[in-house]
Design a protein around this ligand. Sequence first.
Ligand code: MF3
Ligand code: CO
Ligand code: CO
Length: 284
Amino acid sequence: MDSYINVPVAPLAREARRTESIKLYGPDAFEGMRRAGALSATCLDGVTDLINDAPPLADINTFVLDFAATHGATPATLGYEGYEYACCTSVNHVVCHGFPNGKKLRDGDIVNVDVTLILDGWHGDTSRMYAVGKPKRAAHRLIRIAHEAMMRGIQAVRPGARLGDIGHAIQSYAQSERCSVVRDFCGHGIGQVFHDSPNILNFGQAGTGPELREGMIFTVEPMINLGRGDVKMLADDWTAVTRDRSLSAQFEHSIGVTANGFEIFTLSPRGLDAPGIEIETVPV
Ligand code: MF3
Ligand code: CO
Ligand code: CO
């Protein structure tokens, strides 16, 4: 059945391996993830400033490369399974893994920027939606729903809950808003390995799947479409787009399971977690 392994002292990053069993980490790992997560979130904060000028996507790639270099970090996507960029930029009907190449952003575009920086061996994986100029109401609405879907998934996380509770929270909310969930991609365990087990599905049944335990570390990253959930791969073998060309939106946080619930490692230091939308800030 489900198996877990304790990782009381994290191995050297170069010795870290993807495993079938779910890793349970201790305080040192959480501290490593806090630092890597904060750095990736700070990088996305910088992208906010850039977006206003509707730059070519290549400028976002250059920004992430420079940011990583000046902060002693490495972009995990660079060279990952042949991927050649420091981040992914997915515009409008692009679901995920869009190349940050020469194309220029235009007024009204919505774009997801997905960054994973490796700092001292730990991976901070996070993405946000950005609005260029004034997108249509439907685009804003989709961004708001995608962010809320991610947060509902995260809020299902606590020791004793099941993996299926996360997917159920995401799916039932998205569908209640007449949007669909992309089933071809999912969240993942993370730490010193970029994509580790378990898969964090964005749909599912409550009360099913492996039990969540304190010390687990993974991403929650639902992709939500205004139209149908089906995707198509472009000829470059990376870029996934919606089959019906409807708009798609995604947010991603890296989180850890704590004794009482969860800790988000990739919160924006500047409170820009959902820059594409106006969200109410809840006083703490
Ligand atoms: N950052 C993506 C994720 O959230 C993975 C991108 S892999 C790449 O897991 F190679 F396309 F960059
Ligand atoms: Co991820
Ligand atoms: Co990511």
